[in-house]
Design a protein around this ligand. Structure first.
Ligand SMILES: [Zn+2]
Length: 348
């Protein structure tokens, strides 16, 4: 099966938010840096060759004769985009939800209220940061399957701490990720899944409290990865996918070079089944996000993120990150693609 065509172009992107760019930095090849001729720090580069992300067809991999191919006719999973968008609206309406504040506590309660009857675990601890000590709470909902192994979906629910007094509500950055996981829960609960177990993780403390660095960021997932390393859970994880900033009405999910290539290819194949491929991987870059602590420990990971939020990422980490910039259609594209990826993983 062809996963991508050789004509799919990949642009390398150099994107950053002028105010708070550091939580997700995109590394560039030197050649690309040279191509950015102006002194402006942010901007998109020109088209580059797609060699990093396309797979030339091997002459040995001749297609099987038609009679040997069983076409995959399973219907594409469908999320309820209206409901997912309503969740995003409700989560955002809590206001700023940074680590340790009252709205954060209300949101924890809101998430737990939507998981009644599900198997839920907490990973709670106190993070010692450059801004003091903060309570951190990852919320994990587990949906058992018949196959031996776990697929993990992670989405952060905290909002940016340094922007706490600016009116920043993180509709996309924090809101969309919280909401899409709540939507997934509808599709996972009920009878035991015919496939891998799926665990949803609402991660906390993704954001830096002062300035993004290896020690000031990803508080929740760094703790969880270490815990799962020690208790043997990591070995059971078949794939881990992060959802972040996936509500942008102008959806273009970047191909993250820190992610696991085969998993990115599988996501692309899932997107193709839905006819959504034009929203995936036109750009590529190295993302620092909640998947990193797991990547470092050898877990197959993919960061599903649209870091290009508004022209030149102008809405990212600004008070303009509001619900009017988002679209139910984008949640649907990412949601259906992710559920389809889970199905493909189940049959892999
Ligand atoms: Zn952020």
């Amino acid at each position: 099966m062809k996963q991508r065509t050789a004509t799919t172009g990949v642009r390398q992107a150099f994107l950053c938010a002028p105010l708070c760019p550091l939580w997700l930095r995109i590394s560039l090849a030197l050649s690309l840096l040279l191509a950015v001729s102006s002194s402006v720090a942010c901007g998109k580069a020109d088209h580059s060759n797609a060699s990093a992300a396309t797979k030339p067809e091997s002459p040995a991999a001749a297609p099987a004769p038609p009679e040997a191919v069983r076409p995959d006719t399973a219907p594409l999973p469908q999320i309820d985009a209206k409901r997912a968008f309503q969740y995003t609206r409700e989560v955002t309406a809590f206001g700023p939800r940074y680590m340790g504040n009252e709205n954060h506590k209300k949101l924890e309660r809101y998430i737990l209220d939507h998981l009644k009857g599900d198997q839920v675990e907490d990973d709670s601890f106190i993070a010692d940061t450059v801004e003091g000590k903060f309570p951190v709470r990852n919320i994990i909902a587990k949906y058992p399957g018949t196959k031996d192994g776990i697929i993990v979906i992670v989405g952060h629910y905290d909002t940016n701490y340094p922007l706490r007094d600016t009116g920043f509500v993180g509709a996309n950055d924090g809101g969309s990720s919280t909401a899409i996981l709540l939507e997934y829960a509808h599709h996972l609960r009920g009878n035991k899944r015919d496939g891998y177990s799926v665990w949803l993780v609402w991660s906390d403390g993704e954001e830096a409290v002062r300035q993004w660095s290896a020690t000031d960021s990803l508080y929740g997932t760094r703790h969880l990865a270490e815990k799962w390393d020690k208790d043997g859970t990591l070995k059971k994880i078949k794939a881990l996918m992060v959802m972040d900033m996936i509500g942008d009405a102008d959806l273009d999910v970047q191909r993250d070079t820190n992610s696991t290539p085969w998993l990115l290819d599988l996501i692309y194949a899932a997107a193709q089944r839905g006819g959504y491929q034009s929203h995936f991987y036109a750009f590529q870059g190295a993302m620092e996000d909640d998947h990193l602590p797991f990547v470092k420990r050898g877990v197959p990971c993919a960061d599903i993120i649209d870091i290009d939020y508004g022209y030149n990422d102008v809405f990212h980490h600004t008070p303009q990150d509001t619900i009017d910039k988002l679209s139910p259609k984008s949640l649907e594209i990412v949601g259906n693609t992710t559920l389809e990826t889970i199905r493909l993983l189940d049959h892999r």
